[in-house]
Design a protein around this ligand. Sequence first.
Ligand code: SAM
Length: 250
Amino acid sequence: MRIDVVSIFPDYLAALDLSLIGKAREDGLLDVAVHDLRDFTHDRHRTVDDTPYGGGAGMVMKAQPWSEALDHVVAQGHAAGLPGGRPHLVVPGPGGTPFTQALARQLADEPWLAFACGRYEGIDERVYEYAREDLGLEVSVISLGDYVLNGGEVAVLAMVEAVGRLIPGVIGNAESLVEESHEDGLLEYPIYTKPQQWKGREVPPVLLSGNHAAIAAWRHDQRLARTAARRPDLLHPSHGDADLDVRLAT
Ligand code: SAM
């Protein structure tokens, strides 16, 4: 997968060199290019923002550097012979579609994603129109949650990590993705490792029993109880009997 990120703080994205995403880049599973929006300005001060029409607090990101940056991303991708022709443009924003595991899975199927990191009050609305109408891009505004960040960079780090780990080969053991929280609507069961006894606390005996059916049943009950306690909004009749002792769930 190819990922382009445009930001006025390209150094913010240095974390994409680390850990599993960094390894995926080294292994050629992910091709990430970070672009500095200020490289597409033409004045001495490399200005990317201006005052809002209609008045009000804060500044608005100007359309001109954004259009040139997006032109560059598309042209560079074409020069590299990218499949799919055009990137799906993701603009992080608190007013967007909530980011979920299901959405991460959809984005993981795309061959090419471009992320536009807003700052200040956000980006001039005409940039979205330009991307859709002139560049022919699919544009999605996606929110990390119901709160306001200072910029899109943190949201992009979260989205790239959630999407990147779903690309085949990025996580060594693909099995580990299957039972995770939010994959089937339930949260994950409690997990333990050695030692068996720690500061007077025991590992639940069923996990030491070697009885795989009993372990699977216990884990399912724990998933239901934990979801009922922490996220009752996620429960659905298809998940089975959620009428369990929610005190089990920590
Ligand atoms: N004026 C905007 C509003 O009220 O919707 C908020 C702008 S915010 C201060 C600056 C930038 O941070 C946004 O353009 C967006 O890129 C990013 N951002 C803030 N909160 C976000 C969230 N919950 N999810 C994704 N991106 C967010």
